[in-house]
Write a new protein. Structure first.
Ligand SMILES: Nc1ncnc2c1ncn2[C@@H]1O[C@H](COP(=O)(O)OP(=O)(O)OP(=O)(O)O)[C@@H](O)[C@H]1O
Ligand SMILES: Nc1ncnc2c1ncn2[C@@H]1O[C@H](COP(=O)(O)OP(=O)(O)OP(=O)(O)O)[C@@H](O)[C@H]1O
Ligand SMILES: [Mg+2]
Ligand SMILES: [Mg+2]
Lengths: 294, 513, 333, 333
């Protein structure tokens, strides 16, 4: 290991709850590791879009002399060649959550499992609705991760009697979750289940369901493991019986792994897939962390 | 009809049985009109008679509702939007028509820029602009932005723009309304130079002496009807006025009521300095009409604006009724009973996109409140009063002020200022663009104000007006006070002598009467 | 300029005289309602309509403030971020007051007061920089938009600020309950709209806004204190953002860096669809209300049907917005 | 209005005469550079400066188009979405041409032609609706912003459109290589800037833009074809967005629904910071270049240090933007 080590961390801006969590956990990890390893310096940047994120990593290389880059690429296809340049400049590269469009660029891949999130959710729906029934889907933003989750979910329920009444984008946002759910409730008198894909959306949808007084009729499955939802799951809520983990804390794992590689010379390479597990009343306690803002 | 200048050349531009309606309101009724090369043909008529509308039709800006136009003997439909300029028909609009952000040179060549290799030939345009301005004896930098010019300078730019074009017919809608004698004479020189070359000039003015001096023929309009087209030699100013107004005009200026000798000084200005002016001192007594004369840009407006707090002054004292005041907001001076009426009605006086009523009451909205809310009935009454008092003619009160005739806009602005019932009123070019009939009315109103104990400052470039109205006259020159005249001294030649710098009075000599 | 020319001849609205231009947005609204009815029989239900109106109330109240700002020739891009800051501040203050004041209306009222106050202060900030600093409104409010947004992200530590659940339960009825079956947000929206309409038409302040937007010089020469009136419009805007947030917080009980994103665009769009001219000089509050409701209905209608791929929602929105304005412009030529 | 008043008296820039207002943005730029140098010794390196300039080139080229639109009193909010559509169209066409044309410059050039064409057509669309339809520019381009954004989402099926890698390799040098060490994007940016400055100052078109923005009526009476000039500004804007995307595609090699989000705001901000007045009548291209570079440097400087919490980046940006404009305004009083 070198004397002084600089690690660049680049994440998307906190434009919805989950990325907000990413920012939070990245900062947490950095603060923690800084005190543990005084000779490690971190450069942290969050960017609202791909060109900005590319600019950030360019700046890290040309002005901050980083030794390693931990990046959660907002738009992996657009970022691939820029990340490859960092790699080509001899830096250690850790990619988080989203797969680049050519393989072999990153030294380390710490991945969430987006299709897994969709598939796990579908499994749950199948298990609690063996005879089928009507459900609605509140999607995120029209970007690839959403498509991966959605496609896996649809594949999962294929061949069952579960009917998807409609799907609309709720932009991973509480306000939009509220609006879309209100309108779905207006439109469909019979809804058994709601797949909200994300806990922020779920929180908005829950308010709409409560307002309509239909909270006994249906259940809702979010995703990402937000504390507020986890608490409800742990309390045995009928409305939110389960959640599917997709923790933004994966960024912290990636930063830790990268740091220990650079400082401690611990060999890390290849892929770390962080499963999307189904969180139920029974295992919710493992995921609760009262200090998390997410 | 015999031609005044003896030529019987065929008309270059003529109108046959032209009628025009805006919506269903008729404005012109079957007008015949023609102009020959080398001739100056004046159009006169009361405010709202349809003069501007007629010349807009003659230049293609407006299309007639019925009737036809011939140019060079051929019946034509004139192209819209000033494109008739390409045919040699050039128009100076009554309302100044310049873009504030452009420079003088830009404006003069707007729409027909000189180019070299496809790019603007700016050096040449600047040079030519400077040359035209020089023929008009105007010292304005061709690179100055229009927004920074005084109203009169803007008018000179408009004139420069028009005479720099290859005009065969030059149409001028009240070009002299804001010009003083000197500028007017320069303009006339240029007009004569052009007519000598065969340019036909259509000239609109409310100043009858100008018409007598310049025009060969005069067309009189009244309420959109053609009254007559007559050679000037057969006319006197009185007969024109009678034809215009349809009645005999008695004396234009009311008799002067001299203020009491012991009338108190209501406004005392000492050593005032502000942008463009320095070391100005004068007194205004109760019941007095004080004229301000001077050439364009001599600083009369600057003095007025500094006094009422529109601009800040850098030195000197102002006393109102013996108490020192220092207005930083116009509202303060209005509250103190001191009102200023701007000469720039389009840029500073009226909201052109709004109706008559909101314009009239804008300065005095507080008077039309009931329980904290606007009382539109009270506003309507005010409008009714003002319309009667100042003879504002509009189809209906909801019409946008920008569509009123120029003179009627001026009258409305006068009404607006008078609404504040000031004890001291400063009027900047009060009769700009107003017809003789109404002018007489306004002069009587001013005299009546003075007689009832108000004090009036009249800033005017119309020498006769200053002479006819004022008890005393302040003459300004290059931002300084050149002299104060009173009584029998108030003559045209005496004012000119001070204004031109031939004569200069000692400093404190005659500040007060 | 070109777009404002047609106003020239517009009659001043004395009472509610009907003319073509006035009818424009109303016709668009009627057509949209017709479309909604055709697409879904539940569209015209009481429930659906109150849902849409209650949802539109935030943007609506903010847009009424924006009507004054725009009429006087200004612009405020910061309202969305300002809303987020206000929501954040309210939530933090309420959470912080619980230990001393206990759970109850006391805390909620204190929170509300803070909301209005923060909004007013933010408005003063914007207004002072614009009027005293003589900086273009676009730049000032673009700047404060970034500043406010950062502030709430910072306060929320990048995450979400959530209101204490028990206080949220006390506060909830402010969004979800109502009077005689009309939800409070709709009532407040209506009151603000009526108040705004009166202020715009029947007070000196409203007249001055239009005068300043029409020609600032004329306003100055007419002894109007241009800077003060301008400043007042920004303060009014800030306070109304505060009022909007008072209704927003009880809905979901949270604020984050994503709260209020793009509200400024929606508010301005509502104002312009309603017939106010972007360059100032002419504004009407009731038009803004119609404009905002149109925008609300577009979203509602999109959710009530499956014909249009959700990918094309934005296109549908865009087309309707253009058509709504075309309707009022087109009629005049 | 108030903000534009100070320009009035300013002399037109003959050559590059220095006056206070002119100096404003340059002073801001200089101070920013000074700050950068203080914070990090690598700031002034050739590498860093070319990085910043190259990445500012997209927004810069778009902003130069926006300078014309704004100078003539218009507005184009659709440029960001338009960029996304153009990028999407280019990528689809290039991918589609590979089977018939093979990998090589042929495909890339065809793609480039499509990019410019789509930009021009989009500009025609905006311009026609604004000039012939007489709809406010704000509304038209807000509408097309939604429409374009939806379109690219739809084309990409909610995901990302990626350029074939082999073609991308051919195309890459357009962003990353250069002439005599100066990257192509900077060269193109500079050429567009010089061309824009000449068009603005030295051609009738530029003069007409200012005249129309200053007073449409005057322009009309000077027999300027106002509608055509307006239309031309929107077409120019579209074509320049096309040019910007030609440089963007080799950098990112993909287009998605998030491409170009908020570019419009950045472009307009650059224009205004550069001294062009938002209400039209006065515009300067070189000022826009400085404005855009200032915005680019702010982002760069934020990355040069770790003093400011990244949550507060937006606040820093906001403050700098306001200060940059204050500097040019403040000096005049
Ligand atoms: N665009 C318009 N729309 C409606 N009415 C108009 C329009 N232009 C002029 N008018 C009306 O036509 C009449 C004649 O106006 P015009 O401007 O021709 O008068 P004028 O003789 O030039 O008066 P002045 O001496 O005051 O300038 C007026 O009543 C005026 O209100
Ligand atoms: N704000 C200003 N900045 C610079 N110069 C100014 C300003 N205001 C006035 N001036 C200059 O001061 C001088 C006096 O102008 P002012 O308009 O007061 O003259 P005036 O005698 O009223 O002119 P007019 O005969 O046109 O009414 C002019 O040379 C003018 O250009
Ligand atoms: Mg006239
Ligand atoms: Mg749908």
């Amino acid at each position: 290991a070198q004397d002084k080590v600089t690690i660049g961390v680049s994440v998307p801006a906190a434009d919805h709850g989950w990325t907000g969590g990413v920012n939070y956990f990245a900062q947490q990890a950095i603060d923690r590791l800084k005190t543990t390893y005084p000779n490690v310096d971190f450069v942290f940047a969050s960017a609202p879009d791909a060109p900005k994120q590319i600019a950030d990593i360019e700046d890290m290389v040309s002005t901050r002399n980083i030794d390693a880059l931990v990046i959660l690429p907002g738009d992996p296809d657009a970022m691939t060649s820029a990340i490859k340049q960092v790699k080509d400049a001899g830096k250690f590269v850790t990619v988080v959550d989203r797969q680049l469009s050519i393989s072999g660029v990153e030294n380390l891949y710490v991945a969430g499992d987006n299709p897994g999130l969709g598939a796990n959710s579908a499994e749950y729906f199948k298990s609690v609705m063996p005879d089928g029934g009507n459900i609605v889907i509140l999607r995120g933003l029209p970007i690839p991760i959403d498509a991966q989750r959605f496609d896996a979910f649809m594949a999962g329920i294929e061949g069952t009697n579960i009917t998807v009444l409609d799907d609309e984008f709720a932009n991973w946002n509480r306000d939009d979750g509220f609006k879309v759910m209100q309108d779905f409730l207006t439109r469909f008198p019979d809804i058994k289940g709601v797949w909200a894909q994300d806990d922020d959306i779920a929180l908005g949808a829950i308010e709409a369901i409560k307002q309509a007084g239909r909270d006994k009729e249906m259940f809702i499955v979010g995703g990402a493991g937000m504390q507020q939802i986890l608490q409800a799951v742990a309390d045995g809520s009928a409305l939110t019986p389960v959640d599917v983990s997709y923790s933004p804390a994966m960024i912290a794992t990636a930063i830790e792994l990268t740091t220990s590689h650079l400082v401690g010379g611990i060999q890390v390479a290849g892929r770390y897939i962080l499963d999307s597990t189904l969180i139920t009343k029974d295992n919710a306690a493992e995921f609760l962390d009262p200090s998390s803002p997410f | 009809m015999s031609s005044a200048n003896g030529t019987s050349a065929p008309a270059i531009l003529s109108a046959h049985r032209i009628s025009k309606s805006f919506g269903d309101i008729p404005v012109l009724f079957s007008i015949d009109f023609d102009i020959r090369p080398g001739e100056v043909h004046a159009i006169i008529g009361e405010n709202g008679a349809g003069k501007s509308t007629l010349i807009k039709i003659l230049s293609g800006i407006e299309q007639p509702t019925s009737g036809s136009i011939s140019f060079d003997g051929k019946t034509v439909v004139l192209p819209p939007n000033g494109a008739a300029e390409a045919m040699g028909i050039v128009l100076i609009h009554q309302e100044q028509n310049l873009a504030e952000h452009l420079t003088v040179a830009d404006s003069i060549f707007l729409g027909r820029e000189l180019k070299r290799f496809g790019f603007l030939n700016q050096a040449e345009m600047r040079r030519r602009a400077a040359a035209v301005m020089a023929t008009l004896h105007v010292a304005v930098d061709p690179d100055a932005r229009i927004g920074s010019l005084s109203v009169a300078d803007k008018q000179m730019v408009e004139i420069a723009k028009a005479i720099s074009r290859d005009a065969r017919v030059l149409i001028m809608d009240e070009p002299t309304a804001v010009l003083s004698v000197g500028e007017t004479q320069t303009l006339f020189e240029q007009i004569r130079r052009l007519t000598a070359r065969g340019v036909a000039v259509i000239f609109i003015s409310h100043k009858l002496d100008e018409i007598m001096e310049l025009a060969q023929r005069v067309t009189v309009l009244r309420d959109g009807q053609l009254i007559a087209t007559i050679g000037t030699e057969a006319l006197t100013p009185d007969s024109i006025a009678q034809m215009m107004v349809g009645r005999e005009l008695s004396n234009l200026y009311p008799p002067k009521h001299e203020p009491d000798v012991d009338a108190p000084v209501v406004l005392r200005v000492r050593n005032l300095s502000a942008t463009g002016v320095s070391d100005i001192s004068f007194d205004l007594r109760r019941g007095e009409i004080l004229g301000f004369a001077g050439l364009i840009g001599s600083g009369r407006t600057a003095v007025a604006e500094a006094v009422v707090g529109l601009t800040s002054h850098t030195g000197g004292q102002i006393e109102l009724d013996g108490k020192p005041v220092d207005f930083t907001q116009v509202a303060q001076s209005v509250d103190a009973g001191l009102a200023y009426m701007t000469k720039d009605r389009k840029g500073k006086g009226l909201l052109l996109n709004m109706g008559l009523q909101p314009n009239l009451t804008l300065l005095t909205l507080k008077k039309h409140m009931r329980a904290g809310f606007l009382d539109s009935a009270s506003e309507a009454r005010a409008l009714e009063r003002a319309v009667r008092r100042f003879d504002v003619r509009a189809r209906d009160a909801s019409v946008a002020v920008g569509r009123l005739s120029g003179g009627n806009q001026q009258k409305l602005m006068l009404g607006k200022t008078m609404e504040s019932e000031p004890d001291i009123i400063i009027m900047d070019e009060p009769t700009r663009g107003i017809d003789v009939g109404t002018k007489q009315q306004i002069y009587h109103i001013i005299a009546a104000l003075a007689a009832e104990g108000k004090s009036v400052i009249v800033i005017s470039s119309e020498m006769q007006e200053v002479i006819g109205l004022s008890h005393r006259v302040v003459v300004m020159r290059q931002g300084r006070l050149a002299g104060v005249l009173e009584g029998a001294e108030i003559t045209e030649s005496e004012i000119m002598r001070y204004a031109a710098g031939i004569k200069q009075s000692g400093h404190d000599e005659r500040i007060s009467a | 300029m070109s777009a404002s020319a047609p106003d020239m001849a517009a009659k001043p609205a004395r009472g509610f005289r009907i003319d073509l231009k006035t009818a424009g947005p109303l016709v668009a609204l009627a057509l949209l309602v017709l479309l909604g009815v055709t697409l879904n029989e539940n569209f015209l239900t009481y429930n659906n309509l109150t849902n849409v109106l209650a949802r539109s109330s935030f943007i609506g109240i903010i847009a009424i403030g924006a009507t004054f700002v725009i009429t006087s020739g200004g612009l405020d891009l910061s309202v969305g971020s300002m809303a987020a800051v206000i929501a954040g501040a309210m939530i933090m203050v309420m959470n912080w007051l619980i230990p001393s004041m206990g759970i109850g209306w006391g805390v909620v009222l204190a929170g509300m007061a803070v909301g209005i106050l923060v909004g007013g202060v933010a408005g003063v900030g914007n207004g002072m920089m614009i009027t005293r600093g003589r900086i273009e409104a676009f730049i000032v409010t673009l700047g404060t938009m970034g500043i406010f947004r950062s502030l709430v992200t910072f306060l929320a530590n990048g995450g979400t600020l959530s209101l204490n659940f028990e206080v949220a339960d006390v506060y909830r009825p402010v969004y979800y309950d109502g009077l005689l079956g009309v939800p409070y947000p709709i009532i407040v929206f209506a009151l603000v709209a009526i108040g705004g309409e009166i202020v715009m038409r029947r007070t000196a302040f409203g007249r001055y806004c239009a005068a300043i937007g029409s020609n600032e010089q004329v306003a100055r020469y007419s002894s109007i204190n241009v800077d003060n009136v301008r400043l007042m419009t920004y303060i009014l805007q800030g306070v109304l953002v505060g009022v909007a947030v008072l209704l927003y917080v009880p809905r979901l009980g949270s604020a984050s860096s994503t709260t209020g994103v793009l509200w400024e665009l929606e508010a301005i769009a509502g104002v312009i669809i309603g017939g106010t001219t972007l360059k100032g000089g002419y504004g009407r509050v009731w038009g803004t209300v119609v404009g905002v409701v149109i925008l609300g209905l577009i979203g509602n209608i999109l959710n009530l049907q499956s014909l249009i791929s959700p990918y094309l929602n934005g296109a549908f929105q865009g087309v309707i917005i253009i058509l709504a304005v075309l309707l009022q412009r087109g009629r005049r030529r």
